[in-house]
Design a protein around this ligand. Structure first.
Ligand SMILES: Nc1nc2c(ncn2[C@@H]2O[C@H](COP(=O)(O)OP(=O)(O)O)[C@@H](O)[C@H]2O)c(=O)[nH]1
Ligand SMILES: [Mg+2]
Length: 281
């Protein structure tokens, strides 16, 4: 994983001028994206390093500074901590819901998965199977039910049963004339109504293997929804990894969880310090 991003830290050239050219190439190859690559280069230049070691240190510190969230993620004191997962079809929403349900179930939390991707029966089944695999409760309405009412009823049910965490799986594409963003906005509103407070988290799920294309998706969702963080999936399937940097820097959203495979236990809480350490070692 991240071979390309790791190569950013190893230099063949001796002259700093040549080093910077090499660095620019490597950043682009690692899929850091033009904007973020430019910003990193400017940072390095501004500190006028005279050796490749100094360049590496500036890079490491800058990346860590960018990836470090303002606040660490944690469960809010009011139950149930409710998380809506949004994103384009196929990015890994349902899988991420399932993996996080398994993770928190293992930590002893009472978890409920709400299948609000109700337009496709197969999508509800997939969420149900994940909930069973994770050993947690599952809620969804009858087929074709209104996703927002599924969200409302699911949260009510979770409140009544003392559930700690509610994970809401949503659609990435609608087979109707209704706009996806309008439907998602409605779900956010209805969740707030059911909770009596804003939804604790709205996570945007992005597929890391799509590289810079996932940034365009991110901006679209950001324009419509009160996103609180990112989940980056399929990092196991990319040698680049630069999208980790650009996604965080260009959305200003904290990266909270990373998906590293298809199995139940392949979701990790994102740790910036460990991530950067892995890049330089
Ligand atoms: N390798 C890998 N595959 C993943 C990961 N997360 C999801 N997937 C796969 O991506 C595909 C789409 O996932 P799904 O959860 O159905 O996406 P959704 O449409 O957003 O709900 C499935 O085949 C998943 O197994 C991950 O972290 N790594
Ligand atoms: Mg899905």
């Amino acid at each position: 994983m991240f071979e390309k991003l790791r190569q950013v830290f190893s230099f063949q050239k001796k002259e700093v001028k040549d080093l910077l050219l090499e660095l620019e190439e490597k950043l682009i190859e690692a899929d850091v994206g033009w904007m973020t690559a430019e910003a990193l280069l400017n940072r390095v230049k501004a500190e006028a390093p005279s050796t490749s070691e100094q360049v590496s240190i500036i890079l490491k510190n800058t990346i860590l500074e960018w990836l470090q969230p303002k606040e660490p993620w944690g469960f809010k004191p009011l139950k149930p901590h409710t998380i809506l997962f949004v994103g384009v079809n196929g990015t890994g929403k349902t899988t991420s819901v399932g993996k996080l349900a398994a993770l928190w179930r293992k930590e002893g939390k009472q978890v409920m998965v709400v299948g609000a991707d109700t337009f496709r029966a197969a999508a509800v089944d997939q969420a149900r199977i994940w909930a069973e695999r994770a050993g947690v409760e599952f809620y969804s309405g009858a087929s074709q039910s209104d996703p927002a009412s599924v969200v409302f009823d699911g949260i009510q049910k979770a409140k009544n049963s003392g559930t700690d965490v509610v994970l809401i799986d949503t659609a990435g594409r609608l087979h109707t004339q209704i706009s996806l963003m309008d439907e998602l906005k409605k779900m956010v509103r209805v969740a707030e109504k059911a909770l009596g407070r804003p939804t604790d988290d709205v996570f945007l799920v992005l597929d890391a293997s799509l590289g810079q294309n996932s940034l365009a998706q991110a901006l679209q969702f950001m324009a419509h929804l009160p996103l609180t963080g990112l989940v980056l999936t399929k990092l196991d399937g990319t040698s680049k990894g630069g999208v980790v940097l650009s996604a965080v820097r260009e959305t200003g959203l904290p990266l909270r969880f990373i998906g590293l495979g298809e199995s139940k236990d392949s979701m990790q809480i994102f740790n910036p310090a460990r991530f950067v350490q892995k890049l330089v070692e």
